[in-house]
Ligand binder design. Structure first.
Ligand code: UGA
Length: 429
């Protein structure tokens, strides 16, 4: 099928590349000319395992195109997927201006009946507005159907998550739209859940909010574990075998970050308030997460006499491993606090260092863990990169002035660290 994808961020680009891989002819549209020319040369603007290979392969096969000329991309597409951002506004609501801009372009460009598919995370009811808005602005006598098809990929795993999605949600009451989406997804051979448009929109928020809630719940329990001398890792191990609970998202730590959970929890509580309701569970999850992010900093503050001119090593900046994304990363809150308290901060991250440098050009970056630890009085770990998991007590002792470690992702063994002469603190154990 002839597909177009609006927006080449995580959602749009990965969807476009995977659709091409499954045999569709795909044109990805973005306003950013520089990005377009980069992608045409087979360079992915985001770091995602396997993405660049598939991008190059499908360009070579003549199935994947990039353009900033929306008119040509939308005019005779069978389906147009919208994957542009819906950033958070100061009041917590989702900003729909990029969606509106794409809808206007679609209305101006389509020359035949087509399906518009909203992949971006949008508040319940947005698909109705999208349909009306396109209808109001159409320049030709054609039928444009609108369906919801939320995306569940996680950064760092985006290609795998798309190719092996747990399910595809198709949200439409229209049989023609449903049939088109079923045809598009047929080559993926994945379970399909077909629901109303509004339910599809809600499923996306319900999932992300549930996962955020699960993490905050585990962090809440972890903090209690510390008080009663239980171990949160053991507790999680005992919980994960219960299929009603599930084995994933039970990891306690310095809280969730990224471009999704923080934004989507706010957007859902905003939606509830708009309807005179309150989501007390989500409010609590958000509050716990905010406190959790700086929990280790607060502990270190009690332990150290001062941060003033004290060398502090920060290992891990990305909001999770496998990505260079720093949005809402717990590392940022902590670096800001450390700097405010006068610490000499040195950071290391295998992938996200350059993005960090754009935000904090004056904070020195180390080229390796050992370089970051050299002469430090204290070390914080904020991302569970594989190379940190392998760290031994010996390296902390050898490199640091004082082997004092705050592990915000519970990746090191407390007993091993203690026996190896490291003063080690983590979360809930
Ligand atoms: C999340 C969802 O997992 C995806 O299903 C969804 O499609 C995506 O948002 C989205 O809406 O676009 P993502 O934000 O990329 O994906 O990353 P996650 O793997 O969910 O991690 C989010 C945060 O939670 C990270 O900071 C991670 O460290 C933290 N986390 C995760 C924990 O603290 N504990 C856990 O057990 C799991």
């Amino acid at each position: 099928m002839k597909l177009s994808v609006a927006g080449t961020g995580y959602v749009g680009l990965v969807a476009g590349v995977c659709f091409a891989e499954k045999g569709h002819v795909v044109t990805c549209v973005d306003v950013d000319e520089e990005k377009i020319s980069q992608m045409r040369q087979g360079i992915s603007p985001i770091y995602e395992e396997g993405l660049e290979e598939l991008l190059k392969k499908n360009i070579d096969k003549g199935r994947l195109f990039f353009t900033s000329d929306y008119q040509s991309a939308y005019s005779d597409a069978d389906a147009i997927f919208i994957g542009v951002g819906t950033p958070e506004q100061p009041d917590g609501s989702a900003n729909l201006r990029y969606i509106a801009a794409v809808c206007r372009q679609i209305a101006q460009s389509v020359t035949r009946d087509c399906l518009v598919v909203v992949k971006s995370t949008v508040p319940v009811g947005t698909n109705d507005k999208v349909e009306q808005f396109i209808k109001d602005n159409l320049e030709r006598d054609v039928t444009v159907r609108v369906a919801s098809n939320p995306e569940f990929l996680a950064q760092g795993n985006a290609v795998y998550d798309t190719m092996h999605a747990a399910r595809i949600i198709i949200g439409t009451e229209d049989e023609v739209a449903k049939k088109t989406l079923l045809d598009i997804y047929a080559p993926f051979d994945l379970p399909i859940v077909s629901v109303s448009r509004r339910s599809a929109e809600m499923i996306k928020y319900a999932c992300n909010n549930f996962l955020a809630l699960k993490i905050s719940y585990m962090n809440d329990i972890a903090n209690l574990c510390e008080l009663v001398e239980a171990n949160i890792d053991d507790v999680a191990e005992g919980m994960r075998y219960d299929p009603r609970i599930g084995a994933k998202f039970l990891k306690a730590g310095v809280g969730y970050g990224g471009s999704c959970f923080p934004k989507d929890t706010k957007a859902l509580t905003y939606l509830a308030r708009q309807h005179g309701a309150q989501l007390k569970t989500i409010d609590a999850a958000v509050e716990i997460n905010a406190q959790q992010k700086t929990r280790l900093f607060e502990k270190a503050k009690k332990r150290l006499m001062t941060f003033e001119n004290v060398k502090i090593a920060v290992l891990g900046l990305a909001f999770k491993p496998g990505t260079d994304d720093l949005r809402e990363a717990p590392s940022l809150d902590n670096v800001r606090l450390l700097l405010e308290h006068g610490a000499d901060v040195v950071c290391y991250d295998p992938i996200a260092a350059q993005n960090f440098h754009k935000r904090y050009p004056n904070v020195p970056l180390a080229n390796s863990v050992e370089e970051a630890l050299e002469g430090a009085f204290c070390c914080f770990i904020f991302t569970e990169w594989e190379e940190f998991v392998r760290l031994t007590p010996e390296v902390f002792r050898r490199k640091m002035r004082v082997p004092l470690v705050y592990d915000g992702r519970n990746i090191l063994d407390p007993e091993l660290m203690k026996r190896g002469g490291v003063e080690y603190y983590s979360i809930g154990r």
